[in-house]
Design a protein around this ligand. Sequence first.
Ligand code: SAH
Length: 235
Amino acid sequence: MSKRILIIMAMEAEARPVIDKLGLKEIPASPQLRSHFPRFQGEFEGKDIVISLNGKSVEHGVDRIGTEFAALNTQSAILEFAPDLIINAGTCGAFSADADIADIITSDQPVVYHDHRVPLEGFDRFAMGSYPTAYRPKYFQSIEHKLGVVTTGNSLDMPDVDKQWIIQNRGMAKEMECAAVASTAHLYGIDFLPIKSVTDHIDIELDNVEQFLNNLSKASHKLSDTLIRVLTNID
Ligand code: SAH
């Protein structure tokens, strides 16, 4: 049976280039789901690929970025497609000393949260999380990439308290979905891999929002090229 790979993505703009390049076709919404997660399916190099988006907010008309819809999206897609591997692909912020705009970051270390602070015995480690990744060097053979910790929170800005956590945990990619997707994959015992492309430097003067909007297209194209090469390398 061919390997089934589920790719969870938050934003349509991040996903569009790879959906188009792979020629995936949108599939009808599952009748059981009240909340539609747009899903695109197809075959690539002998693998069955599903890209599932977090979808748009009906009230606000924007992509449902962040952890809640990422977890709902992932769980419902697991139940529908029973994937062998889950990839969370998307964009991230990074310190300028660690990565350039559009660089690819993946991870061989557990994914953590940087904004879940509960200073109570046991709850502290639960809140921060530590969810494994299934990085294999051969997946990234001859693909330029950086290995670091991916760290998740629900804000685009970085208050000092979050910054301290990110630095303490040697965070390299700061984003808003990965730990939620990784924890759901872990719950079902499914291999998980993050692939992130940098849209903004979190330590420079220019506003994150402005950087993000300037670099989104470049980062999304780099992300789609990388994803296609990784999907080719996976056996
Ligand atoms: N302002 C943008 C929304 C960007 S939200 C718009 O209007 O389209 C940020 C999204 O990109 C999230 O899905 C998150 O995972 C990722 N991201 C990129 N840079 C980030 C950063 N510096 N901090 C947190 N998330 C970031």
